[in-house]
Design a protein around this ligand. Structure first.
Ligand SMILES: [Zn+2]
Length: 192
C-alpha cells in the first residue's frame, strides 16, 4: 500500500518518495472531492499521486505496469453510488446521524449556544447551525449509501444556495466524507 508521509510526501510501494509543497497537496485534496485528481512529481522516474474525496487512493508507479489501466478509466465508481442516492435516507442512518451530531455538539462545540441541527429532504442531510438562537444553513450532505462517504456541498450566502463545486473556502481540507469532517469544515467556513 502507498503511504502518506505527513504533511505532504508520499511513498510508493517501490520505495520512491514524492515530495510536494503543503499548499499544493491541500489544494489537490480540496479539488478531489467530486472527481479523481492526479498530481505528478517531476522526478526522473515520474510517479503520479491520485486523490479522491480528499484522500490518497493510489500512486501510479512507472515500475508497475498494471497501474496504467486505472489511468485510462479514472471514473469507475459513480454508477453504483448513483443508484443508492435515488432513494431517501434510511431511518437507521438518521438515528446514527442524530447520535453523531449530538456527540460532536457536546464534545467539540461544548456550549448549548452553538449546536449543529440536522434536517432531511430526500437523499439530502442538511446541517444547520444554531448560533445564539439563530439558525443558519452551513452545508448539505448527500447520502451515497455509506455513512463514511457523504458528498459535501457548502452553503454559499452570496448565491443563497448549496454549491458542491465550491472547494476554496476555509476548512475545506477537513471534508473527508464523514459527518465530523463536514461539521469541522463548517466551523471554519462560518465561525460561530
Ligand atoms: Zn514506485
Amino acid at each position: 500500500m502507498p503511504k502518506e508521509i505527513f504533511p505532504s510526501s508520499f511513498q510508493c510501494d517501490c520505495g520512491h518518495q514524492s515530495d510536494f509543497a503543503e499548499r499544493i497537496v491541500r489544494d489537490m485534496r480540496a479539488m478531489s472531492q467530486k472527481k479523481k485528481v492526479y498530481l505528478a512529481d517531476s522526478a526522473p522516474e515520474e510517479h503520479t499521486i491520485v486523490f479522491y474525496r480528499g484522500k490518497l487512493v493510489e500512486i501510479q508507479c512507472p515500475k508497475q505496469t498494471q497501474s496504467h489501466e486505472t489511468r485510462k478509466s479514472p471514473r469507475t465508481s459513480t454508477s453504483s453510488t448513483k443508484r443508492a442516492t435515488t432513494r431517501g435516507i434510511p431511518n437507521e442512518v438518521k438515528t446514527d446521524v442524530a447520535a453523531r451530531v449530538e456527540h460532536f455538539n457536546t464534545t467539540v462545540l461544548r456550549t448549548p449556544h452553538c449546536v449543529y441541527v440536522p434536517r432531511y429532504r430526500g437523499k439530502f442531510l442538511y446541517l444547520d447551525r444554531q448560533d445564539d438562537g439563530r439558525l443558519s444553513p452551513i452545508c448539505r450532505l448527500e447520502y451515497t449509501g455509506n455513512m463514511e462517504d457523504w458528498s459535501f456541498a457548502i452553503y454559499k450566502y452570496s448565491d443563497e444556495r448549496y454549491d458542491e463545486e465550491e472547494w476554496f473556502f476555509p476548512g475545506a481540507e477537513h471534508v473527508d466524507g464523514t459527518l465530523e469532517g463536514a461539521m469541522k469544515a463548517g466551523l471554519e467556513a462560518y465561525t460561530p
